[in-house]
Design a protein around this ligand. Structure first.
Ligand SMILES: Cc1ncc(C[n+]2csc(CCOP(=O)(O)OP(=O)(O)O)c2C)c(N)n1
Ligand SMILES: [Mg+2]
Length: 333
């Protein structure tokens, strides 16, 4: 069994500043959901080489944090990283082309889903190494601090990385040197096909940050406003020179570990309960109930995003694979 979707309420209650802000957050989450749906279809159709790890259900964490970051702030992602890339301002077309192995992708189609790198948007990249982004983000924070650039970095990682030794080394360094970094754990209850409780010692993951004196907070990762509120405090702390923070965002992946995983290790009732907390539905409801957006405006937004993503898919399908003479590109020696 995994942890229950019931969560302690965060106080004060997160609120939304304006219709514009609400629609911007909704758009960002809907874009990720629509993108992942298309990637799932393309993977099932055999158009994508290798495995893909989709983040549907977890959109609020990426969007909540990245919506507060500046373009020159940095993130490091993990293997479930399409949402992080898009939330940080990544290009939908270049991302899909890379996942599909096409030459217009971020890495000329040679890296795929697990090797996205987007320097222009401060994205240090996705990685197949569990926990691998955490030292990258912390190293970038050290560099930013030494050069007094005022940048903040965020490392996104799953609950599986809670047991990687480098997390503790890096948390220690970040705390002792007061580095401007956010450690953002997306606790979706599973690492591959294993429930977190079966492999993770200690009653609460927060203790891992607290052990180093790092301000640590459990966050409702299905509520983009709750994530934003916690991230805002953490980003201000980092920007003012007061060091790292640790956010443990409780969330759920609607799909399997990878697209195509049968998910027979999941409890059906539990999965249903998490769907009731859907971050997109939740924000849509809030916007409607508070009179900030109409049903029609939200429907129009959904249609616009679906059109945008479908156009990107159509284009990627007719984009060539890397050519033979591309192989020397990006080689320095
Ligand atoms: C260092 C390392 N160990 C093991 C693996 C195999 N592996 C790939 S994903 C994964 C589970 C990761 O779970 P989590 O960090 O919770 O992320 P999630 O998939 O739930 O988003 C494992 C064990 C790996 N890729 N790298
Ligand atoms: Mg996990």
């Amino acid at each position: 069994m995994t942890s229950s979707p019931q969560m302690a309420t965060v106080s004060p209650v997160p609120s939304i500043a304006s219709a514009e802000e609400g629609l911007r957050l909704l758009r960002a989450m809907k874009l990720i959901r629509a993108f992942e749906e298309q990637v799932r279809n393309l993977s099932a159709a055999g158009v994508i080489p290798g495995l893909v790890h989709l983040c549907a259900g977890q959109e609020a964490v990426a969007v909540g944090v990245c919506s507060l970051l500046r373009a020159d702030d940095m993130i490091a992602s993990n293997h479930r990283g399409h949402g992080h890339c898009l939330a940080k301002g990544g290009d939908v077309g270049r991302l899909l082309a890379e996942i599909m192995g096409r030459r217009t992708g971020y890495g000329l189609g040679r890296g795929g889903s697990l090797h996205i790198f987007d320097a222009a948007n401060g994205n240090l990249g996705t990685t197949g190494i569990v926990g691998g982004g955490i030292p990258l983000a912390t190293g970038a924070a050290l560099s930013a601090k030494r050069q007094a650039r005022g940048q903040v970095t965020a490392a996104f990682f799953g609950d599986g990385a809670l047991n990687q030794g480098l997390l503790f080394e890096v948390m220690n360094m970040a705390a002792i040197w007061r580095l401007p970094v956010l450690f953002v754990c997306e606790n979706n209850g599973f690492g591959e096909f294993t429930a977190i409780e079966d492999v993770t010692a200690g009653a609460d993951p927060l203790a891992r940050g607290q052990a180093f004196g790092i301000p640590s907070e459990t966050v409702d990762g299905m509520d983009v406003l709750a994530v934003r509120m916690a991230a805002q405090t953490a980003i201000e702390r980092a920007r003012e020179g007061n060091g790292p923070s640790f956010l443990v965002c409780k969330t759920y992946r609607y799909g399997g570990h990878h697209a195509g995983d049968k998910q027979d290790y999941k409890d059906a009732e539990e999965a249903k309960a998490w769907r009731l907390k859907d971050p997109i539905e939740r924000l849509s409801r809030l916007l409607k109930e508070s009179g900030l957006a109409s049903e029609a405006a939200i429907a129009a937004l959904t249609q616009e995003i679906d059109r945008e993503v479908r156009a990107v898919v159509d284009l990627a399908k007719v984009t060539p694979l890397p050519a033979d003479d591309d192989f020397e590109a990006h080689l320095y020696a």
